[in-house]
Design a protein around this ligand. Structure first.
Ligand code: UDP
Ligand code: MG
Length: 327
């Protein structure tokens, strides 16, 4: 995905988003090396500094003396999703493994996730066993959120919020991550037909620095979930989505108006004296708006796919046939 360099392509790319993690980064890197060097496979580590205001960059400068360490520094804080997306785009490994910078995930789990991946999966999602966060404000809301996400996306994952995962680099090829969408990586991958499995991973309490999140992230996650659901189900057919509501409105409007007519002729109540008349007109107009809105969305969708030559499907394998040239 990134510019070609002379270096050989590593097997694994570890992607580490970091925001104000000056004290964690040193121990984090030591733990990564301790886990990956004895393993004997080639790797690179991409640290994405998400506009830290502490000394994180100084630490990363030191770590970058090792050519396997790649550092991307953002101009300002864009959020964990953008940091991870930048890491994925610069990663050259066959397998990509995102992990938190604060050592709450255990780098020792990376080889285990990769081994599971090689049993024939496209993505292995970590499940934080014995989660070490505050029960009331973190663990319980996140349990509920995971249930909702599973229902809405149709992909039953126990722990969407766990950063630690391993996946084949192709899996996210046409997936762009916005907002808090790094939580939906596995759901997106499943939608694109990836073979997914889950594996319990260790989880530790944060030892340095502070958590960057509070309860307000729940609202952002819920809004993102609505977007994700819409994209998954209707991205290529928005008129179907809006059309359903439009027909609902036409139905309600038609019924309301029909009832005012019945009242007029059966009970002699003039239409101007019936509030339902206005309600009926309201529904008909809303329906019309929704229908036109769906058509606009349809135009937008076509521009989106066709201007960028994006396929509307994902291919797992081709036998005796090359990928079409898109222009
Ligand atoms: N992070 C980031 N940008 C942000 C917020 C967080 O890159 O705006 C990184 C952070 O440095 C850490 C990871 O995302 O490596 C997870 O954040 P945190 O540990 O604060 O989340 P929690 O574990 O409390 O859910
Ligand atoms: Mg953390």
């Amino acid at each position: 995905m990134s510019e070609p360099t002379n270096e050989a392509r590593p097997f694994l790319s570890v992607v580490v988003p970091a925001y104000n993690e000056q004290d964690s980064l040193g121990p984090m890197h030591a733990a990564l090396l301790a886990a990956l060097e004895p393993w004997g496979r080639s790797f690179e580590v991409l640290y994405v500094d998400d506009g830290s205001r502490d000394d994180s960059m100084r630490v990363l400068h030191e770590l970058a003396a090792d050519p396997r360490v790649k550092v991307i520094q953002f101009r300002r804080n864009y959020g964990q999703t953008a940091a991870m997306a930048a890491g994925f785009e610069h990663a050259r490994g066959e397998v990509i493994c995102p992990i938190d910078a604060d050592l709450q995930n255990d780098p020792g789990d990376i080889p285990l996730l990769v081994a599971k991946l090689e049993e024939g999966y496209d993505l292995v999602a970590g499940i934080r066993a014995k989660r070490q966060d505050k029960a009331l404000t973190v663990v319980i809301p996140s349990k509920i959120a995971n249930r909702i996400i599973a229902k809405v996306t149709g992909v039953d994952l126990k722990d969407n919020g766990c950063t630690l995962k391993a996946f084949r680099s192709e899996v996210l090829h046409d997936v762009h991550l916005y907002g808090e969408a790094h939580r939906f990586i596995a759901a997106f991958a499943a939608m694109a037909g990836a073979r997914i499995t889950q594996l319990p991973v260790r989880h530790h309490a944060r030892r340095w620095g502070v958590s960057k999140y509070n309860l307000s992230k729940t609202f952002r996650v819920v809004l993102d979930l609505i977007t994700v659901r819409f994209l998954l189900a209707y991205a290529t057919k928005p008129t179907y989505f809006f059309g359903r509501f439009a027909f609902g409105c036409f139905g309600l409007g038609g019924l309301s108006l029909a009832w005012t007519l019945v009242q007029r002729f059966a009970s002699g109540i003039f239409v101007k004296d019936q509030p339902l008349f206005v309600v009926g007109i309201f529904f008909l107009l809303s329906g019309l708006q929704l229908l036109l809105f769906g058509l606009l969305a349809e135009l937008n969708m076509r521009t989106y796919y066709e201007s960028q030559g994006k396929p509307t499907y994902f291919v797992r394998q081709r036998l005796n046939v090359a990928a079409p040239i898109r222009g």
